[in-house]
Design a protein around this ligand. Structure first.
Ligand code: SAM
Ligand code: SF4
Length: 335
């Protein structure tokens, strides 16, 4: 057994989020501009390299892998990678293999994902209105995603819905979304919009709907009980007493969650970001590609990177303008 990954602030790093592609079949307005330039294919880790990379992390004590993107299910041959990870679930080294998806391809993949050992998926959905869905995702169509959710549940996958809270966009759907999720036995997590990447004309300060305000609106109609549950990430949970539903709030901007952070993020090009809100990263692709016969240099680079994990992030909307803005897109780092 190798020494596990512990950062300078005594946090054990056991959760890796992996972006497997920067491409996507949607163009959500808060995430991408309409005319995105994507990375040349050779920059991306191959499926074999992704396997080697993730296996190295699992060997160093990572117990939870979340696959994301871009849209992970548009990566060609992605099931080969999921199937390769099954061996780590079978050995018991990996406790959970999961993904965050826009749901567009779920109808095709749900059964295969279940067979590979995936048990839970996060599906992003910001509105239940066909026209608003087309507006916010630009290229997405709601019925296709609903079919994806149906297929996921039918396959036995537990679905959690992720909704970005957007002022003037889905404020009026708060209770509709809540009831719809309850009727389908799905948990729901709201995400505060984060200042990442250049997304064209959209003004993020206009989109910003503070989750403390959203919570206050929920409290008008429901009794909320704080849950002690912690995942080591930025989410906090409440139970709605009237329905028994669990609701999550991801508030990187208004809530300081850094002290218990257990995660790092790998981009599709093999850069390891130690913190979602910082530019600091380590290149793991070079030690991987330059040493096809040995993982020792890669493991040394991972340990060195973890030794530099910062204490916390600096997002701040409260000052003039959006400070602490991070220039890369969420689809690059993986949301
Ligand atoms: N394509 C997949 C999806 O949409 O679920 C996975 C990648 S996406 C980057 C992951 C999550 O990040 C989604 O729930 C999305 O809504 C969220 N997201 C994207 N850009 C964001 C931003 N600027 N602020 C907050 N959340 C964002
Ligand atoms: Fe694609 Fe997900 Fe970004 Fe939307 S949020 S553009 S679905 S990566």
């Amino acid at each position: 057994m190798k020494t596990p990954l512990i950062d300078p602030f005594h946090r054990a790093i056991n959760y890796l989020r992996v972006s497997v592609t920067d491409r996507c079949d949607f163009r959500c307005v808060y995430c991408m501009s309409e005319n995105m330039t994507f990375l040349p294919k050779k920059e991306l880790l191959t499926l074999e390299e992704l396997d080697r990379m993730c296996s190295a992390f699992v060997g160093l004590g990572v117990e939870k892998l979340r696959i994301t993107g871009g849209e992970p299910l548009v990566r060609k041959g992605i099931m080969t990678f999921f199937d390769a990870m099954t061996r780590h679930l079978d050995s018991g080294a990996l406790k959970e293999l999961t993904l965050t998806t826009n749901g567009s391809q779920m109808e095709r993949f749900a059964d295969d994902l279940y067979a590979a050992g995936v048990r839970r998926v996060n599906i992003s959905l910001d509105t239940l209105d066909d026209q608003k869905f087309a507006d916010i995702t630009r290229w997405g169509r709601l019925p296709q995603v609903i079919k994806g959710i149906d297929a996921a549940q039918k396959a036995g996958l537990r679905v959690k819905i992720n909704t970005v809270a957007l002022k003037g966009f889905n404020e009026d759907e708060l209770f509709t979304l809540l009831e719809w999720c309850a009727s389908r036995d799905m948990d729901l997590t709201f995400i505060e919009v984060m200042p990442m990447g250049d997304i064209g004309n959209e003004d993020r300060l206009d989109q910003y709907w503070k989750l403390s305000d959203l919570r206050a609106t929920l409290r008008d109609r429901h009794t909320l009980t704080d849950l002690p549950e912690r995942t080591g990430g930025p989410a906090r949970y409440v139970r709605i007493e009237e329905t028994g539903q669990k609701i999550g709030f991801i508030t990187p901007l208004t809530h300081n969650f850094c002290e218990s952070c257990n995660r790092v993020r790998l981009t599709c090009t093999g850069e390891l970001y130690m913190c979602l809100g910082q530019e600091d990263m380590a290149d793991l692709r070079a030690p991987l590609r330059n040493n096809p016969g040995s993982d020792a240099p890669l493991e040394a680079a991972i340990r060195d990177a973890i030794a530099h994990k910062p204490k916390g992030h600096d997002f701040d909307y409260s000052r003039q303008g959006v400070d602490g803005r991070v220039s890369r897109h969420m689809s690059h780092t993986g949301g």
